[in-house]
Design a protein around this ligand. Structure first.
Ligand code: TRP
Length: 448
């Protein structure tokens, strides 16, 4: 490990930044609409299965690589397997992280518009139908979504250019605890709604007749996306961990809190969906149409609504900075580029691609790639293809190629963790994860 690499200063910082990366639109926006479209409870159970059987072991694998080498994605593989093709996964990570950053920033930009609308009280509109047409009119318009995408990426620049400790860590330490408090308050509120029971039934009672290979693929994509897996995002963050950071415990805490947030978001949204007689499969706009309508029925609507969208925006921000950090660490480590310059380059590319995604609901809605708009194409390719491939390569690499001594030492270091757990993780990495990923992938893409 390089002697003078920056590190996260505190233990809280390690948890807050990794949970900050994991918790974001993936939990609060993507999970509810994916679950809504794919059978609710059945989707949740398959998602949980992938999180615990495949997700946590692969998180550990990324941590082992990152902490052991103290290096960016590309550099890490070069050190561990010089001259071998494994390093390709580094390039996949760099590409996919920019694609994700681009479409993710569009949705994060929507949260900025909704902060503004919350403050002005949504022009007095309260009904779900009214909010529905408002959202449609906004998302399909041109300059506002575009402007907010660029503003959001500008915020990223502001945090990232301050560096790892002063920017990323400090911001996460403040934001993450706040996010949990506010989610719990919203959850209690939703549970008191008239049709909360129906919502809970939808979310927790699995109907396995709804399970198809496509649902499996989406649930696996969701698990990977939500845990920030497969691109080396966690390799990059763990390169800032100290020697005494307990990797397995950090992975467990991160996966548990990440799942908890998704479930809380599910409870909040589905209680409301059934109370207002909406369609759980309404898709990506679910959060933006239903929540404002709930807020408008609460005392202090302006405050709640503003608070919620501010927190959603901040949760997105702590995730996007982790995506950008992949490229920034790469550019600064490998090319000796200054941090500011690297940040400008990364954010600049994201601004270009993000603009295409922002316009793909309106002016560019006819531009399709493989029958998908640019926005949907970026999402599909990165979440359903590049993430699983990256995850598979990482698990095979750590399970089969990396010296067992390194894995034992990193996972066991300073933790007193039992050998049995380390062995279980290795078994998952060697057999379970690659097999699950390969099967789901081939079935889901219809290759079988
Ligand atoms: N996990 C984040 C979310 O749920 C998104 C994210 C951050 C991500 N970093 C990533 C997804 C790296 C894939 C890879 O919102």
């Amino acid at each position: 490990m390089s002697e003078n690499r920056v590190q996260f200063a505190t233990r809280l910082g390690v948890i807050a930044t990794t949970v900050g990366s994991a918790v974001g639109l993936g939990n609060i926006w993507r999970f509810p609409f994916e679950a809504g479209a794919h059978g609710g409870g059945a989707f949740l159970i398959i998602d949980l299965f992938f999180i615990f059987i495949v997700g946590i072991p692969v998180v550990c694998a990324e941590f082992v690589i990152g902490r052991h080498t103290g290096s960016n994605v590309r550099g890490a593989f070069r050190r561990l397997a010089p001259g071998k093709a494994w390093g390709v996964v580094g390039y996949i990570g760099l590409l996919a992280s920019v694609l994700i950053l681009s479409f993710y920033s569009v949705v994060a930009g929507w949260t900025l518009e909704y902060i503004y609308r919350s403050v002005v009280g949504f022009g007095g509109v309260e009904s779900v139908e009214g909010l529905h047409s408002q959202f449609d009119a906004f998302a399909t318009s041109d300059w506002r979504p575009l402007m907010w995408t660029l503003v959001f990426l500008g915020l990223n620049y502001f945090i990232l250019s301050r560096g790892v400790q002063k920017g990323i860590e400090r911001m996460s330490n403040i934001m993450m605890p706040l996010l949990f408090v506010i989610l719990i308050v919203f959850c209690v509120n939703s549970l008191m709604m008239p049709a909360a029971a129906e919502g809970l039934e939808f979310l927790f009672k699995p109907d396995f007749s709804k399970v198809t290979p496509t649902v499996m693929l989406s649930a696996m994509g969701q698990a990977f996306f939500s845990l920030s897996l497969g691109l080396g995002c966690l390799i990059t963050y763990s390169s800032y961990f100290k020697r005494d950071t307990h990797l397995v415990r950090t992975a467990g805490v991160m996966a548990s809190l990440d799942t908890l947030v998704a479930v809380l978001a599910g409870i909040i949204i589905f209680s409301a969906v059934f109370t207002f007689g909406m369609e759980p499969a309404a898709g990506p706009k679910l959060v933006f149409e239903i929540l404002p309508s709930i807020f408008s029925r609460m005392p202090g609507a302006v405050i709640w609504s503003t608070l919620f969208f501010v927190l959603l925006m901040l949760a997105s921000l702590s995730s996007t900075i982790s995506m950008s950090e992949i490229s920034i660490a790469y550019l600064t480590d490998e090319f000796g580029m200054g941090r500011r310059k690297a940040t400008i380059l990364n954010i600049g590319v994201a601004m270009l691609l993000g603009s295409l995604c922002a316009l793909s609901f309106g002016a560019l809605s006819d531009w399709t790639i493989c029958g998908m708009t640019v926005f949907n194409f970026f999402d599909y390719v990165s979440s359903n293809i590049l993430l699983p491939i990256g995850g598979m390569v990482i698990s095979i690499f750590v399970g089969w190629v990396l010296k067992r001594g390194i894995v034992n030492e990193e996972l066991g270091a300073g933790s007193g963790i039992s050998r049995v757990i380390v062995s279980l993780i290795v078994v998952c990495l060697r057999y379970v994860a690659p097999l699950c990923i390969a099967l789901v992938f081939l079935f889901g893409l219809g290759i079988f």
